[in-house]
Design a binder for this molecule. Structure first.
Ligand code: TPP
Length: 363
């Protein structure tokens, strides 16, 4: 199915306001929405539900796009906002980890619980089929019901449902790639430093560049890498480095403030900022406008720099090695990845055990 045809069908049924957080399943759809429609970029799915409630207050039915992993972030507003105030809302949810289909391990749980969760929250749903014409009536009925009953309904989109299209990406050729930037940091990091890396391709690149026993790859729970690292650091006290993404930092930006409040020593927070959600198809993130290093400075990180070159990166990390104060290294990078980038061959559980064994007795 073409992304444009799907959006046209929603518009035919009166949906004109779109918001959400990307999933790679929606790569073509969100590219289309960003270019042609009234699409509000959200930093997390809960925030998207907030936007949606505001749109409903203006007497319109919003469509909220999210990955099923992000449905959890939406549940609090879903129950205590949308349900409470009876705001009519259409959710468009990707179904990663669908039982019986091959997918990355972090989607397994949300994949197998999605339909049960919708039932628990009394959200009617339609499973999108490849031929839209056969489903027009069903989708019309779903949206009519949402409007009539002031309820919540969902369209569930399987992996591969939308036709692949070539999406042009804006690029600042002067910048390093995210992988080159990570390589420059890793060159300066000593063997005993614990490394935490964020959801999506950044972790896959760290794995490729320098897999080590004391690396912890946060493959799911987008936005939680810095809080996981800080929780570990509080209990272990060792030197800790976080490789974060701009989208992930924004998803739970409160973590910057919390870390700043506690002022940990020996903590280096790196943000690889490509101004997009690169791992899911390069959709715009609001970091294109918001300066994350200023956010870190305001959150009382002690050393903060925004850099672009490998020499600047190495210089900052070398200084941190000698004087490991609470630091934030904001690296502006290009919006590209190696198309053949692999995934860890070990399971997340094995990688967790390996990390814990590496630190046994060190706290
Ligand atoms: C709660 C949640 N919402 C959405 C996703 C889908 N997702 C995985 S990686 C990613 C993009 C991450 O962007 P960023 O942190 O900026 O890193 P980049 O890929 O751009 O380097 C998204 C949206 C997810 N895994 N979890």
């Amino acid at each position: 199915m073409k992304a444009a045809d799907f959006i046209d069908l929603l518009k035919k049924n009166g949906i004109r306001d779109f918001t959400g957080v990307p999933c790679s399943v929606f790569k073509e759809v969100i590219a289309y929405l960003e270019k042609n429609e009234n699409y509000l970029i959200a930093s997390n799915e809960g925030e998207a539900m907030g936007f949606a409630a505001g749109i409903s207050l203006a007497n319109r039915i919003p469509a909220v796009f999210m990955q099923n992993d992000g449905f959890g972030n939406a549940v609090n507003p879903l129950t205590s906002l949308q349900k409470l105030y009876e705001f009519p809302t259409l959710l468009v949810i990707s179904w990663r980890g669908e039982p019986g289909k091959k997918d990355a391990p972090q989607h397994l749980w949300s994949g197998k619980t999605l339909l049960d969760l919708l039932k628990v929250f009394q959200v009617d749903h339609v499973l999108l089929e490849p031929h839209l014409s056969a489903q027009e009536a069903e989708i019309k009925q779903l949206i009519d019901n949402i409007g009539r009953k002031n309820s919540i309904g969902a369209i569930i989109c399987r992996k591969g449902i939308f036709e692949k299209e070539k999406i042009p990406q804006k690029q600042d050729e002067e910048l390093l790639s995210r992988e080159e930037a990570s390589a420059a940091v890793l060159e300066e990091i000593a063997d005993d430093v614990s490394i935490f890396s964020t959801t999506g391709k950044p972790s896959r690149e760290i794995y490729k560049l320098r897999d080590r026993n004391n690396n912890f790859y946060v493959v799911g729970s987008m936005g939680c890498t810095a809080s996981i690292a800080f929780g570990f650091h509080r209990s272990s006290g060792g030197k800790t480095v976080v490789f974060d993404g701009d989208g992930a930092v924004l998803m739970h930006a409160g973590t910057l403030a919390t870390i700043g409040y506690y002022q940990p020593e020996k903590f280096l927070h790196i943000c690889l900022d490509n101004e997009t959600y690169e791992s899911t198809g390069g959709q715009t993130a609001v970091s294109a406008v918001v300066d994350l290093s200023e956010l870190a400075r305001a959150s009382k990180y002690r050393e903060v720099a925004q850099v672009k070159t490998a020499a600047e990166i190495r210089d900052f990390v070398t200084k941190w090695n000698k004087n490991p104060r609470l630091s934030f290294l904001h690296i502006k990078v290009k919006n590209v990845t190696d198309p053949d980038l692999g995934r860890p061959k070990e399971t997340p559980l094995d990688l967790k055990k390996r990390f814990m064994n590496a630190h046994e007795g060190s706290s």
